[in-house]
Design a protein around this ligand. Sequence first.
Ligand SMILES: Cc1cc2nc3c(=O)[nH]c(=O)nc-3n(C[C@H](O)[C@H](O)[C@H](O)COP(=O)(O)O)c2cc1C
Length: 402
Amino acid sequence: MGRVGHYGERVQITRGPFDPGGQPTIDSPHPLLLGLFAWNLTGGATISKAVLDDPDRYQNFWHWDTAQYLIQFAERMGLEFQIPFGRWLGHGGETRFNEDSLDFLTTAAALTPLTRRILLFSTAHVTYGFHPLHFAKFGATIDYLSQGRWGLNVVTGWIEDEQALFGQTFPDHDLRYEMADEFVTLMKWAWSSQEPVTYEGEFYKSYGAYVSPKPARKPRPYLINAGSSPAGIEFAAKHCEWLFCAGGMEKMKLAAETVVDRAAEYGRRVDPMAVAYVIIEGTDAKAEAVYNRLVEEIDEDATDTFVERATAQPHSFAPDRKRDTTKRIREQVGEDAYREIALGLAGYQICGSPQTVAEQLRAIHQRAGQRGVLLGFFDPIKGLHMCHDEVLPLLRKMSLRK
Ligand SMILES: Cc1cc2nc3c(=O)[nH]c(=O)nc-3n(C[C@H](O)[C@H](O)[C@H](O)COP(=O)(O)O)c2cc1C
């Protein structure tokens, strides 16, 4: 094929739904899929000064020795996937919440030779100035190296100050999802096309889009997304394999039903996946004591900064709040929502004995229609070990894991 100066045919499809060759499917015998979240940054999903009791254990598990251990142990337990939390800015406070973070693309490549089965997701803020060809190439390479284990969490960002790091202004909320739609459509062209193509969208153009080697996973790598607005859910329905659903049972259930129905209208399948923050101890009483201590010690400086930044522009992840400078942010947001943000980044909170944790996971699956759960832990090493030793056997008895 003479490719010099050959930009290929101009493609007509510039937006989703678009699944050349169909959608990839997950190969797991388990009715309930499980993954590990937010292992890559200071404090993970916990904004409480209680982490200062033992920084190595509660804050610095992102240090590479520990992070490797966590991912390898998660794989040995049979967890299907891991997802790093993609953050460009930390939020300070006494806990330096999320101030140190391992990048969420290169870690997937670094984990490739250290693992054999677990899916290695990266997270990309597609609107922070990348071109789709960057991620088509990065992803195809990591997928090729890992023999089909790479996937992308497509995020459009909710922190304006992060976009400013790149010298850019923050596009409007729904516009960001339109950009993501084109971004992913062009990536899918580059992954699937055997010849270079010319793509001319509203936001992205490419003359001769093509990558080789192709991703190892056929027809392409998994794409996932965690939007909760109508535009975010619509994006998942058109382009992704999974949608992460945050919030309580009812909210998760509604998001699940919406995305499944919308995807079906496009002839697609999207699996809803919950996100949960887990505190697990030998008994419910002990777990509650840990939870109460975390609440007493919430790092308000860091939580306030996070809330301020995350609510500076409208999007659906942050709770509605009426700005009233005479009141503390905690009061503006409301105590329950504030606690849910500080402990678990607004994921579903699970706190209790192994029995309680297993029952809650079952409820998420059966009552809220979630195919799997992404687990974030206050104490990740202990949490994973207790899951392995005590929760997984209970889930097997419930026929949720084989
Ligand atoms: C489980 C989960 C993981 C997420 N991971 C990231 C992330 O790593 N980086 C990021 O900027 N946003 C992340 N988000 C935010 C979402 O991508 C999304 O922007 C947010 O839920 C708001 O929804 P909306 O964009 O539809 O308004 C995550 C959300 C959830 C629930």
